[in-house]
Design a protein around this ligand. Structure first.
Ligand SMILES: Cc1cc2nc3c(=O)[nH]c(=O)nc-3n(C[C@H](O)[C@H](O)[C@H](O)COP(=O)(O)OP(=O)(O)OC[C@H]3O[C@@H](n4cnc5c(N)ncnc54)[C@H](O)[C@@H]3O)c2cc1C
Ligand SMILES: NC(=O)c1ccc[n+]([C@@H]2O[C@H](COP(=O)([O-])OP(=O)(O)OC[C@H]3O[C@@H](n4cnc5c(N)ncnc54)[C@H](O)[C@@H]3O)[C@@H](O)[C@H]2O)c1
Length: 447
């Protein structure tokens, strides 16, 4: 069997490793248009902000690793056209050489691209995106120039707040904008997101929420400012981070699509073409909250989808477990983690939701060092099925969110948490801890 993988970043790599490590007789061809693979974008803000020494450790594999396992791998080679009836494709190397490959099974793992605000002045020098390693290098170079002092960031989602911290650590004057009323509005309810907003402001970052960019201003081809619906701001560097859209350009009219254009796949990541799988950021995933296809672009989802698709191609039937969109962020000392839906997301998706909040110290009060923890559990009115959880603290509470992720996956109800066997040790938690207390105090009557 011959499998061709188009796009070999996190999703494509996971699929290739699963195929190549299986011990089965599979011919694997990998085609990647970038000059590198496996770059962990999550590290960009860390090295640009000088919190880690450099970027070398952010690549976890390379072309040679796959050649050593027996794959044929083309780098700096872009797939241009796929003939789904003939089961073949055409690609082009950076030198313009045409390559043709046939396949028995095709895995499309072409990922996502940053959304570009379509504003006047968008081609000015000094306007950046942060997706590729190379784009991180460009931002790093821009920050190294002493003349570039004023950094404006459009979008206060995950990339936005991370690069805001990095720019501030590099001594820049940082202003961040978002169309929503808070930062991180796609992940957290205002009571949690506002903690991040305050955190940014305490570190000298100027926040402008509920404000929409209208025009990039410039002189001599270089950006000098930004005009919004509320004011005009000077800028030496502007970084756009208003989200990703799936990069799903093949099979128009042949492969089914989701509302945002992502390839619509089943729980094995197979498209409506039996010989074609789509994984990672270019495809949908099954949501355990809505019980239908949804789109959430995360490296963690990409890796799992690659494993599942490849396992099915190898002949073992395996459905993905579905996703909750579990995520986390750490800016300065503040840690926010969430899984499933916020109350706001439930409203948007028409889910009838209630919530319980509980705030407490992490440890018993007699312990010398302590941190506050704020927890919200969102659950369905009537069934009490857990739909989401959000946690904020300066304590590392990140592992806790995995339990809530499993709870959503397994349709656990909020009242089941109240009597859950949770251990107690003063070094770690309290006997009446915030999970127990939230579970016990949740109003489980139907409204
Ligand atoms: C700054 C930043 C920080 C992030 N932090 C996190 C984090 O902390 N946690 C997390 O879970 N996620 C994070 N993400 C998101 C994560 O990087 C993506 O979800 C992940 O990269 C998706 O992997 P993928 O392989 O599906 O797609 P991509 O990474 O987009 O890779 C797709 C690949 O396909 C190639 N390709 C596309 N078209 C073609 C073609 N026609 N021919 C050949 N090759 C092609 C591209 O060159 C690319 O290498 C972050 C992203 C960024 C940008
Ligand atoms: N820690 C992590 O897990 C992590 C870190 C970085 C990126 N990522 C993932 O990478 C992807 C891209 O990240 P991102 O930060 O670009 O997207 P995002 O979805 O996290 O945030 C985009 C932000 O831009 C805002 N926005 C949208 N249109 C706007 C407009 N016209 N003007 C002003 N603001 C606007 C949105 O309100 C939102 O807050 C996401 O899927 C994200 O989850 C994850």
């Amino acid at each position: 069997m011959k499998v061709v993988i188009v796009g070999t970043n996190h999703a494509g790599i996971a699929a290739a490793n699963t195929l190549l490590d299986s011990g089965q007789d599979v011919e694997v061809v990998m085609i990647e248009r970038n000059s590198n693979l496996s770059y962990l974008g999550c590290g960009t803000a860390l090295w640009v902000g000088r919190q880690i020494d450099g970027y070398d450790g952010l690549f976890y594999t390379n072309k040679e690793d796959f050649e050593a396992k027996g794959a044929k791998i083309y780098i700096e080679t872009e797939v241009k056209d796929i003939d789904f009836d003939a089961q073949s494709l055409v690609a082009e190397t950076k030198d313009g050489e045409k390559i043709e490959e046939s396949y028995d099974k095709l895995i499309i793992a072409t990922g996502s691209q940053p959304i570009a605000p379509n504003l006047p002045g968008k081609d000015l020098e000094g306007i950046h995106f942060l997706k590729l390693f190379q784009e991180g290098q460009e931002v790093d170079k821009a920050f190294a120039d002493e003349n570039n002092q004023k950094v404006l960031i459009i979008g206060a989602g995950y990339i936005g707040v991370e690069i805001a911290e990095a720019a501030q650590r590099r001594g820049k004057d940082v202003t961040i904008f978002d169309a929503e009323a808070t930062s991180l509005a796609s992940y957290y309810d205002p009571e949690f997101a506002e903690l991040m907003d305050e955190n940014l402001r305490e570190h000298g970052i100027d926040t402008h929420f509920g404000e929409l960019a209208e025009e990039y201003l410039g002189e001599d081809g270089k950006v000098t400012g930004l005009k919004t619906n509320k004011g005009t701001y000077e800028a030496d560097v502007i970084i756009n981070c208003i989200g990703f859209r799936p990069y799903a350009v093949f099979g128009e009219g042949h492969l089914d699509r989701f509302g945002n254009g992502a390839y619509l796949v089943d729980r094995t990541f197979k498209t409506n073409d039996d010989n074609v799988y789509a994984i990672g950021d270019c495809a949908t995933n099954y949501s355990n909250v809505t019980k239908e296809a949804n789109y959430i672009a995360l490296a963690s989802n990409a890796v799992r989808s690659g494993v599942v698709a490849a396992t099915n191609i190898l002949g073992t039937e395996l459905e993905g477990a579905g996703i909750q969109g579990s995520n986390g962020i750490n800016i300065y000392d503040l840690k926010l983690v969430s899984t499933g839906f916020s109350l706001k997301a439930c409203e948007k998706f028409g889910l009838d939701a209630k919530y319980v909040d509980y705030e407490d110290n992490q440890l018993p009060e007699f312990m010398p060092e302590n941190d506050k923890v704020k927890l919200r559990i969102v659950y369905e009115n009537g069934t009490n099925r857990i739909l989401g959880a959000q946690i904020a603290s300066t304590h590392d509470v990140s592992l806790l969110i995995h339990m809530f992720s499993l709870a959503i996956q397994e349709d656990i109800t909020v009242d089941q948490l109240g009597l859950l066997d949770i251990f107690f040790l003063p070094h770690f938690n309290k006997p009446y801890n915030y999970i127990t207390m939230a579970g016990l105090s949740a109003d489980t009557s139907k409204d």
